[in-house]
Design a protein around this ligand. Structure first.
Ligand code: C5P
Length: 239
């Protein structure tokens, strides 16, 4: 079965999401990402609504709190029926285990447990900032790999990372460890504020498990066509 790129619904409210989704055929089941911007405005109802429309949802809230709080929050997120969600690996192995336990508790009998991934170092963090602000005295890459290993130890499914890190992360963990990668641009498109971008074809070759694409689809003149073209490229179906 062909894989769907995850569309980042970076919109301020539901009205803009509705306008955007109207440009897709009703029967097309999409995989969408809901982040903090939309979730804090619309609340859990936005997830229920998207799921009722038949879409898969990656809820990108990057939880980071004490294990007990994260566990209880994850019970609620699992009840919403999210397909993928995430935490910060910096919260620690105990917190990540608690997150997984919460997801398991909140998933209805027989339903699939949501995929749980961790953010390692935010891609907006430079090596210099990491060393200064977090007092981590190793190269940034070592910290990313370390967090990926902790994520695996905690029993999570994978990490959010740059496609450029996917190979090293797979080597340090396992081939089946999920690498979900944003910063994707089809060749010839606007790069925007992303620094190190990768095409869907290269992401596939390097080892991304899922790709997240925002503006190349949301800001396209013809979003559905842009989506199909990226989806084809991601599935290696380009002519
Ligand atoms: O519009 P664009 O394709 O750059 O959107 C990428 C999406 O992935 C945005 O929602 C952005 O916040 C998110 N993201 C990212 N880099 C990360 C983590 C998340 O671009 N390291």
């Amino acid at each position: 079965m062909s894989q769907r790129p995850i569309i980042a619904l970076d919109f301020p409210s539901k009205i803009e999401v509705e306008t955007f989704l109207d440009k897709f055929p009703k029967e097309e089941s999409l995989f969408v990402k809901v982040g903090m911007e939309l979730f804090y405005q619309e609340g859990p109802e936005i997830v229920r609504w998207l799921k009722a429309l038949g879409h898969s949802v990656f809820l990108d809230l990057k939880l980071h709190d004490i294990p007990n709080t994260v566990e209880k929050s994850m019970v609620g997120l699992a009840k919403l029926g999210v397909d993928i969600t995430n935490v910060h690996a910096a919260g620690g192995i105990k917190m990540m285990k608690a997150a997984m336990a919460g997801l398991k508790k909140g998933t209805r009998n027989g339903a699939k447990i949501p995929i749980l991934i961790a953010v390692t170092q935010l891609t907006s963090t430079s090596e210099q900032e990491m060393q200064h602000d977090q007092l981590i005295e190793v190269p940034l890459k070592d910290s990313v790999i370390h967090y990926a290993k902790c994520t695996e130890t905690a029993g999570l499914d994978g990490v959010v990372c740059s496609a450029l890190e996917a190979q090293d992360i797979h080597q340090a963990t396992s081939e089946s460890f999920v690498c979900l990668t944003p910063g994707i641009r089809p060749s010839g498109s606007e790069v925007g504020d992303q620094q190190r971008v990768v095409t869907p074809t290269d992401a596939r070759k390097i080892g991304s498990t899922y790709i997240v694409v925002g503006r190349p689809i949301t800001q396209a003149k013809k979003p559905y066509e842009a989506y199909l073209s990226i989806k084809n490229e991601w599935n290696g179906e380009n002519k």
